[in-house]
Design a binder for this molecule. Structure first.
Ligand SMILES: O=P(O)(O)OC[C@H]1O[C@H](OP(=O)(O)OP(=O)(O)O)[C@H](O)[C@@H]1O
Ligand SMILES: O=C(O)c1cc(=O)[nH]c(=O)[nH]1
Length: 240
């Protein structure tokens, strides 16, 4: 491999990126993000809505978790609950618990899922948590992306309020960008992912990164999209 070539990535990551592109989960244009930042690309996990696409994304999350656990000695070696923040995290948590159990039943068949309601229910079982109760449980959060970290901070707050212990986070795509906020222009600004790692001392995994996407698009994707993506990465690339 020539030194200028992008590093090789495992097959499951390439297949995952290809399925994102063919299902338009990854699209190119002008998108206003939750934080207000305008991005030339967007990851819409809601489009993984068929059985085979859901299976593809959940298997990719499951491989990433198993890869991580088999290559590290540091905690967490085990966790009890996969928590998917409403709304897009919900099917991701359910499907990934199922994928982990299918791939490694001895290890994961008693893993649970859990998610929050955006509005608390006041009748029937009431409350805002659906699935496994979190009290005393080791919890991993699963979501699609983290940009400013607002959704993730909210999810961590819910887990803490319910008495759970955060032991890890996994997202599909690491956008590798600086946290939007007051210091947008500052060269030393880190990512929301980096902040979570530092603040909570937990691993934050991703199936793929923006670098993986750029590597795949080089020579294959639309030249204009690739240029805009590279320009955006150069402008907002995080320092951590
Ligand atoms: O890091 P942030 O700046 O918070 O942005 C990322 C979050 O934004 C989107 O969710 P959103 O809150 O739009 O809700 P949804 O899942 O209901 O679409 C996305 O699914 C992430 O959870
Ligand atoms: O930052 C966001 O709001 C965001 C980015 C992205 O790629 N996908 C998404 O659902 N939200």
């Amino acid at each position: 491999m020539a030194s200028s070539d992008p590093p090789e990535i495992p097959d499951y990551k390439t297949e995952f990126l290809q399925s994102c592109l063919s299902a338009n989960v990854l699209t190119f244009g002008n998108f206003t993000l939750k934080s207000g930042r305008v991005s030339p690309y967007f990851f819409n996990a809601g489009l993984f809505h068929t059985g085979s696409l859901l299976r593809s994304i959940s298997t990719a999350y499951a491989y990433s978790i198993i890869d991580f656990l088999s290559n590290t000695q540091s905690p967490p070696q085990d966790f009890d609950v996969l928590f998917g923040p409403a709304y897009k995290g919900i099917p991701l948590a359910c499907a990934t618990v199922s994928a982990l159990t299918a791939l490694a039943p001895a290890r994961f068949s008693s893993l649970s899922y859990s998610f929050n309601r955006k509005e608390a229910k006041t009748h029937g079982e009431a409350g805002s948590i659906v699935g496994a109760p979190l009290r005393g449980k080791r919890v991993v959060i699963i979501d699609d992306v983290i940009t400013a970290g607002t959704a993730m901070r909210e999810a961590i707050g819910i887990i803490e309020a319910e008495g759970g212990v955060l032991v890890g986070v996994i997202v599909a795509l690491d956008r590798m960008e600086r946290m939007p906020g007051s210091g947008d222009g500052a060269a030393d600004r880190g990512s929301a992912i980096g902040e979570i790692r530092k603040r909570y001392g937990v691993p934050v995994l991703s199936i793929v990164t923006l670098d993986d996407l750029v590597g795949l698009l080089r020579g294959k994707g639309d030249e204009g999209d690739l240029k805009r993506l590279e320009g955006y990465r150069e402008k907002w690339l995080a320092t951590d």
